[in-house]
Ligand binder design. Structure first.
Ligand code: SIN
Length: 478
């Protein structure tokens, strides 16, 4: 098997010592590619390339950069089906979701291409007649983009699009389990005409690459999506050279269903939110809480929807739930279910691995549990699997207290037909994203990000650009 190559300074590059890592299909453990184990040396080379390319890239007009981002978006769309197959092979998600992720990724490039030329400074009225005050946004410089395995393409697009639009150059480090979509981005960026060195893509084990990024004073921004634990380490490391950090970390979304809600709509939304990407999203509902008088009715509706889902290989027609990313992920889901059952939860559906000849033992049946409470691990930790756990609340005050009973604060959802309650609850929820009668809020125009231990920084719309810009104030005496 011919190893893939990293994209550094416009060239295709192997690791200096020739070492490679295997990339495996999580559905059957088949080795689908070899990628360089880049390490510190490749990281320094990528930062060199990004630094060298910076002056030329930031000098381009915002409109020229936007045009190149649009070309990259159209190349992603041109190659949508091939990239989707690659994504399904490296990550496991169903092909339809993978195609959707390619479109979602292209939309981040489109939105940044619109926002870049509008990303203007200000002239502030001065308190003295002989002074003019100019406030000018400028690119921070070289940005390190560190992305997770659950959305191998979209998380890269969501970060590089605003960085490039503002005039930063980037060094991208995709998760070592899913590096192939990232490498395609590097290749397509060159094909789009983005100058060599502006987009560099590294592959390899995270530790040496992360250490080399944190060691280098030329890296002025670090944007990371992943676990809260790694986010903390990066933030501590970034303090050495005071690089700007933007962190999109773990979530633990509550989904509240009030008795006055459209229950069928709430059940549709809860099932899609929970089972998208086999439950492996930072914003999927981990605690579904229903007002007690309608809980039975809601559970029956949710159960009917979950039953429609089909577990299988992402490439097989009809599959809606693929494998979990690795054995550790599956074991965590098993632990969460066993713990909930031991503490009094009632199993309504699923609850076990799905075993098929020829497939890895990494598939978990879509599961519905009733009787969730705060003593259970599901309440305390992100499950990251296809387990819908349902608890009950008495009234609005208790619902809000239960929803906010988490150190995380990425997304929260609620369903109601009462307009006053809608605003009260939206204001009371401690999180960065609220879905009001909506459990699929992700879109490239809106600011995505969290509060509390879900991190800080926003991605999407013009807010995404702000993360990669600093403000220069020019005091002009006339
Ligand atoms: C995530 O899981 O972090 C991203 C989910 C999304 O963009 O909808």
């Amino acid at each position: 098997m011919q190893p893939e190559r990293m994209v550094i300074g416009g060239s295709r590059v192997d690791a200096a010592d020739g070492r490679t890592l295997e990339v495996r299909d999580p559905a059957d453990d088949r080795v689908i590619a070899l990628v360089p184990d880049g390490g510190a040396e490749a990281t320094r080379a990528a930062i060199d390339a990004a630094s060298d390319a910076l002056a030329g890239w930031r000098r381009l007009t915002a409109r020229s950069r936007a045009e190149l981002l649009r070309r990259l978006a159209s190349l992603l769309r041109r190659d949508r089906d091939a990239i989707a197959e690659l994504m399904t092979d490296e990550q496991g998600k169903p092909l339809a979701e993978a195609r959707g992720e390619v479109e979602y990724s292209a939309s981040f490039l489109d939105v940044a291409a619109e926002a870049g030329p509008q990303f203007a400074g200000e002239i502030v009225p001065s308190s003295t007649p002989d002074r003019r005050i100019l406030v000018m946004p400028e690119p921070l410089g070289v940005a390190a983009i560190i992305t997770p395995w659950n959305f191998p393409l979209a998380m890269i697009a969501r970060k590089i699009a605003p960085a490039l639009a503002v005039g930063c150059t980037v060094v991208v480090k995709p998760d070592e389990r899913t590096p192939l979509c990232g490498l395609r981005v590097g290749e397509l960026a060159l094909e789009a005409g983005i100058p060599p060195g502006v987009v560099n893509v590294l592959t390899g084990r995270p530790q040496p690459i992360g250490a080399a990024i944190l060691d280098d004073p030329r890296v002025r921004a670090i944007s990371f999506t992943g676990s809260t634990e790694v986010g903390r380490m990066l933030m501590a490391g970034a303090s050495r050279h005071l690089a700007r950090v933007s962190l999109e970390l773990g979530g633990h979304a509550p989904l509240l269903v009030f008795a006055d809600a459209d229950l069928a709509r709430a059940a549709d939304a809860a099932a899609s939110c929970k089972l998208r990407n086999a439950g492996q999203t930072c914003i999927c509902a981990n605690r579904i809480l229903v007002e007690a008088p309608v809980a039975e009715e809601f559970l029956a509706l949710l159960e009917a929807r979950i039953r429609l889902h089909q577990v299988g290989r992402g490439r097989d027609a009809g599959t809606t739930i693929g494998p979990l990313i690795d054995d550790a992920a599956l074991e965590k889901v098993e632990r969460h279910v066993a713990d909930a059952l031991a503490k009094g939860s009632r199993l309504r559906l699923g609850g076990a691995r799905v075993e098929r000849p020829g497939l890895a033992r990494r598939f978990f049946a879509p599961t519905l549990l009733d009787g969730l409470d705060r003593s259970m691990r599901i309440w305390q930790e992100e499950t990251f699997g296809p387990v819908a756990a349902v608890g009950r609340f008495r009234d609005e005050a208790e619902a809000i207290a239960m929803a906010n009973d988490s150190p995380y604060g990425l997304a929260a959802y609620f369903f109601t037909r009462d307009a006053s309650r809608l605003m009260r609850v939206a204001e009371a929820l401690e999180c960065g994203i609220v879905g009001a009668n909506d459990a699929l809020p992700s879109t490239a125009e809106a600011p995505f990000g969290g509060v509390k231990q879900s991190g800080f920084g926003r991605e999407g719309g013009r807010w995404g650009l702000e993360e990669f810009a600093s403000l220069k104030y020019v005091s002009w005496r006339i």
